[in-house]
Design a protein around this ligand. Structure first.
Ligand SMILES: *[C@@H]1O[C@H](CO)[C@@H](O)[C@H](O)[C@H]1NC(C)=O
Ligand SMILES: *[C@@H]1O[C@H](CO)[C@@H](O)[C@H](O)[C@H]1NC(C)=O
Ligand SMILES: *[C@@H]1O[C@H](CO)[C@@H](O)[C@H](O)[C@H]1NC(C)=O
Ligand SMILES: *[C@@H]1O[C@H](CO)[C@@H](O)[C@H](O)[C@H]1NC(C)=O
Ligand SMILES: *[C@@H]1O[C@H](CO)[C@@H](O)[C@H](O)[C@H]1NC(C)=O
Length: 347
């Protein structure tokens, strides 16, 4: 059997990733993350530069073409490009008695996903990664569900009981400091994009900025304003308003929480069914893409709730709009992996 270029690349990747990780005892705190990336980049640089000097390898496996083997390595060398593969997730619906539950994992059949080595982080690793951070999530009920899934990864069940009660007080802000982890978390109720713009301006005025800022809004606008052109314009304004935050001293990591896929037949009021049509959804989606909001043209990394919810499917929602925790959990893990990648890039 021939050893494919991909397998070889992955093998090399596994060695350079796993060896330093094993040495460091598999923890992901900031300093250790920096250590990993140092080890990773050095090993890869060595691998990439030495590979031409091992012709014997290609002789031995004539299948290995140098161009495809180096493309796998380049993906890893430039970890930032891994961010674009983070949404390659597959879903599974499990029948459980008469009910269904869903789970997800990254598509390991995809060579890029495999090479990027994404991780579902456990409680201790999340605590380590976010230690000393200020995380702010601002938006509507989608943002609140995202916070819930994030806290689910940080807190233990007894602590979650109290949080659930507080967080779901209707339309209010929520502030939490978790001393154990040194994590400060703010949820800011901001149903409209202009609420987000005000928040960005206030952060700027205050000269204080969270380390991680997650924003997202659209459903309220779709329901109550129902004008995609206006939505697009308000997103452009938001995009300009967050720009000054990025040139400040503490540059936040910015994430945009996309709108979910709406399942029209399941929407629970007449007003929603009338206004939230698939044509409107499509127009609002174009607005987000046109507004220079998302990378690479704009400041935010997309957490694509639309594709995650669509792929989880209608079994994952009861009202066609708010999805089961597992959808937002996937988005949280995507964000955490993007943070890992971005902090490595800062080296
Ligand atoms: C199935 O779902 C129903 C309603 O959502 C719930 O009351 C019931 O406890 C669930 N059964 C199981 C076995 O999870
Ligand atoms: C967080 O960091 C502080 C100081 O940097 C350290 O004392 C503490 O043990 C850390 N906590 C966790 C949970 O890693
Ligand atoms: C959000 O913006 C709307 C519309 O401008 C405004 O009426 C509302 O008070 C704002 N809400 C918050 C929480 O700032
Ligand atoms: C800005 O500063 C004021 C005064 O310290 C504070 O009350 C407010 O919460 C701050 N705003 C944000 C968004 O951090
Ligand atoms: C939609 O918003 C745009 C931009 O704000 C405005 O020019 C237009 O008149 C609005 N359309 C409707 C039907 O209100």
């Amino acid at each position: 059997m021939m050893l494919g270029a991909v397998q070889l690349g992955v093998l090399a990747a596994c060695i350079v990733v796993l060896v330093p990780m094993a040495l460091a005892g598999w923890h992901l705190s900031r300093n250790k993350v920096l250590f990993f990336s140092g080890a990773l980049f050095i090993s890869l640089a060595v691998a990439v530069h030495l590979s031409p000097y091992f012709p014997s390898l290609t002789d031995f496996f004539p299948d290995v073409s140098s161009s495809s083997s180096s493309s796998t390595l380049v993906v890893l060398e430039n970890r930032e490009s891994c961010i674009s593969f983070l949404h390659r997730i597959q879903w599974k619906n499990h029948p459980r008695n008469m009910n269904f539950s869903s789970s997800w994992k990254w598509m390991l059949s995809d060579e890029n996903v495999l090479a990027c080595d994404f991780q579902k982080l456990g409680r201790n690793d999340v605590g380590d990664l976010l230690n000393g951070s200020w995380v702010m999530v601002a938006g509507d009920s989608q943002a609140r569900l995202f916070v819930l899934s994030l806290l689910d990864l940080v807190l233990v069940e007894e602590e979650m009981v109290a949080v659930r009660g507080e967080l779901f007080k209707r339309h209010s802000d929520y502030h939490l400091v978790i001393d154990r982890v040194g994590l400060k978390l703010d949820f800011v109720w901001a149903p409209y994009v202009n609420n987000l713009t005000h928040l960005a301006l206030e952060l700027n005025r205050n000269h204080s900025c969270p380390d991680v800022l997650v924003m997202g809004s659209g459903l309220w606008h779709m329901l109550h304003v129902n004008n995609a052109t206006h939505y697009d314009a308000s997103l452009q304004l938001l995009s300009r308003s967050v720009m000054p935050l990025l040139v400040g001293k503490s540059q936040p990591h910015l994430f945009w929480l996309g709108m979910p896929t709406l399942i029209h037949s399941m929407l629970n009021t007449e007003e929603k069914r009338e206004r939230m049509t698939s044509a409107t959804q499509f127009a609002y989606g174009l607005g987000v893409r046109g507004a220079k909001l998302l990378r690479p043209g704009g400041p935010f990394v997309l957490l694509d709730i639309q594709s995650l919810s669509e792929n989880c499917g209608e079994r994952c929602t009861e009202d066609g709009m708010h999805y089961d925790g597992v959808v937002y959990e996937a988005a949280v893990h995507i964000m955490l992996n993007a943070l890992l990648i971005q902090s490595q890039q800062k080296l």
